[in-house]
Design a protein around this ligand. Structure first.
Ligand code: SF4
Ligand code: SF4
Length: 337
């Protein structure tokens, strides 16, 4: 008889897709209930944070944490789960690497508040008020979580045991995680700490188009909407930037089979220090009609400038964990000692 495990699912800075993805396993969700009791999953059931706070250290077996850490409340949640969970899994690209919310690190809190509360055409804020953590009203004191200057991946604030990447994780990889929980319930066995629940190889290794990849130069960059891509040909051969060589496999090529290039949501393979920098370096050396020596400065600039939104292209899901993970501009974003 399996030792039923206690699991929790927490939603931090994320779109909600990860929370919902757990339901993508359809009726197999009932097999989870056979091996585990869900103690906390606010998006699906009526649980309160207080339900977790009353539990003692180490009293939860497995915590699934989705979303990046952007506010003081999300940091408290991460610390709360870390203290109470024997195993903490970063669930989805935002928890693993910062994800789409992590792109906010191209600005800082002041810059974000400036746009959101002062500059957008729909903003009506004649008194120029920014969100405050404490606000006194006739009825008493109202508090809000602090909005941090920086977005963090989960392992930048607490220790993480396992990583389940994807935006969101695919059904097959979620079932891998369920099988890990089942094995834990039956035998108490767990994979080595730090295991990424995905392929150990790059996405290209599982891509049906890889045999057409020659490594030829890209004369110009085509954005996906500018051409109708040949579904049998590697995107790079067609001048469309694809993050497949720099991204961990395991998604089954979801985007490729929809004739869209990979954007990197499974994050880097184990040996890759910084997928964005690797991609930037690799693409930089093949973009343009000839090598650097064959190009004039304006031609070189035109080739480089044909890459629109370089941060969003190379670091769409990984900016907070990148080597270069913040921008510095106009004296803002000063590194705090
Ligand atoms: S670069 Fe993209 S399209 Fe080409 S083989 Fe790799 S994953 Fe497939
Ligand atoms: S193809 Fe790339 S972006 Fe699309 S699901 Fe797979 S890893 Fe994520």
């Amino acid at each position: 008889m399996a030792d039923k495990k206690k699991i929790v699912m927490n939603w931090a800075s994320a779109c909600g897709g990860c929370d919902v993805s757990l339901l993508d396993i359809e009726e197999k969700i009932f097999s989870v209930l056979d091996i585990a009791d869900i103690l906390y999953w606010p998006v699906a059931m009526d649980f309160k944070r207080q339900d977790v706070l009353t539990l003692g250290p180490g009293s939860i077996d497995i915590g699934l944490f989705n979303g990046a850490v952007r506010t003081s409340e999300q940091l408290e949640d991460a610390l709360m789960l870390r203290e109470r969970c024997k195993v903490l899994i970063a669930y989805g690209a935002c928890a693993c690497f910062g994800g789409i919310p992590g792109l906010a690190n191209v600005s800082d809190r002041a810059g974000i508040f400036e746009v959101a509360y002062h500059e957008t055409p729909s903003t009506v804020n004649p008194e120029g008020v920014n969100p405050q953590t404490v606000c006194r009203v006739p009825e008493g004191e109202v508090t809000l979580p602090e909005f941090f200057d920086t977005v963090y991946a989960l392992n930048q604030v607490v220790r993480v045991d396992y990583y389940l990447p994807g935006c969101p994780p695919t059904e097959e990889r979620i079932l891998d995680a369920v099988n890990i929980i089942a094995a834990y319930a039956h035998s108490g066995e767990l994979p080595p700490p730090g295991t990424v629940i995905a392929s150990q190889k790059a996405l290209c290794d599982e891509c049906s188009r890889v045999s057409t990849r020659t490594g030829a130069r890209i004369a110009r960059i085509n954005r996906p909407h500018e051409i109708i891509a040949d579904p049998g040909l590697c995107f790079l051969e067609q001048g469309v930037l694809c993050m497949g060589p720099f991204t961990r496999g395991g998604c089954g090529g979801t985007c490729i089979s929809a004739n869209m290039p990979c954007r990197g949501c499974f994050g880097p393979t184990e040996k890759m220090l910084d997928p964005g920098a690797e991609a930037l370096s690799a693409f930089g050396s093949i973009v343009g009609p000839g090598g650097e020596d064959a190009l004039t400065i304006p031609e070189m600039k035109a080739a480089v400038n044909s890459i629109k939104d370089p941060v969003g292209t190379f670091y769409r899901f990984t900016l907070p964990t990148a080597i270069i993970n913040r921008t510095l501009k106009d004296g803002r974003n000063k590194v705090k000692k």
